[in-house]
Design a protein. Structure first.
Length: 107
């Protein structure tokens, strides 16, 4: 597996622009700010996003986050069910389930 920052990978791009969460705030399920997405870490061999890198340098596995209304929500298991925590289900009941962030090779 060869993991690099998307910003360093000139041959790759985010296919669906609404999934390009760089610059988005990152919140925990209580709505507290954890930081801002600085970059996406991609596995160039499997052509997939593996993690989000925050401006603080912290990496969050894509399996632990959801893209919601212009922000990224981190689902910490220790906060699940806490009073005031955001639901684990999509906030908009009509919204499709969160999909993986799709990357592709530039033509």
């Amino acid at each position: 597996m060869n993991v690099i920052k998307l910003s360093d990978a000139t041959e790759f791009h985010v296919v669906h622009l609404h999934q390009d969460c760089r610059g988005w705030p990152v919140l925990d399920t209580l709505g507290r700010t954890r930081g801002v997405v600085a970059d996406l870490l991609i596995d160039t061999e499997n052509e997939r996003v593996t993690a989000l890198r925050l401006g603080t340098g912290e990496d969050l596995a894509v399996e632990s986050v959801a893209l919601r209304n212009g922000s990224v929500v981190v689902y910490d298991s220790d906060l699940a069910g806490a009073p005031g925590a955001l639901p684990l289900a999509p906030i908009d009941p009509m919204a499709p389930p969160t999909r993986p962030i799709v990357i592709g090779r530039r033509a």
